[in-house]
Design a protein around this ligand. Structure first.
Ligand code: FES
Ligand code: FES
Length: 162
């Protein structure tokens, strides 16, 4: 039987605690212990970004992070973006711009977009594209996702995306 480690951290604005084995990944803890299934497991190897969460203000692939390393940190998942009115402005923009198709990449894209928007008050289309290059989408061709993030910056994206 594996030894359990006691951790305490802030999850979506609330203090939480858990007892986790040392090898448990953050995504498995979020999904299996806290039942926050909005964070998606894609590749499990840090390649697709589907599992993106925000830790202490920085986007992180939760498949590559150990649950024990959440100890003392401020962790936000897609569920934590919800407002009293429902979807937050960036989430609404994804819907309004048709940037959601199958939806599998969407939670990770929204979290990456959120991290970008927190970091930068303005970005070029190219900077947005580079900012989401760790997040893969098989459906949209990225243009609508980039336009969505650009619109959230109150910028008009008119450049062609190849
Ligand atoms: S599931 Fe984490 S990067 Fe793909
Ligand atoms: S909407 Fe299907 S993978 Fe992005």
């Amino acid at each position: 039987m594996s030894v359990l480690h006691s951790i305490r951290f802030t999850l979506n604005g609330k203090p939480v605690q858990a007892a986790v084995p040392v090898h448990l990944s953050a995504i498995d803890m979020l999904r299996d212990v806290f039942h926050l299934t909005g964070t998606k497991l894609g590749c499990g190897e840090g390649e697709c970004g589907a599992c993106t969460i925000i830790v202490d203000g920085v986007s992180v692939n939760s498949c590559l992070m150990f649950a024990v390393d959440c100890d003392g940190r401020d962790v936000t998942t897609i569920e934590g973006l919800r407002t009293d009115e429902g979807l937050n402005p960036l989430q609404k923009a994804f819907v309004e711009h048709g940037a959601v198709q199958c939806g599998f990449c969407t939670p990770g894209m929204v979290m990456q977009g959120t991290a970008l928007l927190k970091r930068r008050s303005s970005m070029t289309v190219e900077e947005i594209r580079r900012g989401i290059e760790g997040n893969l989408c098989r459906c949209t061709g990225y243009r609508k996702i980039i336009d969505t993030i650009a619109s959230a910056l109150h910028e008009t994206s008119s450049e062609e995306i190849s």
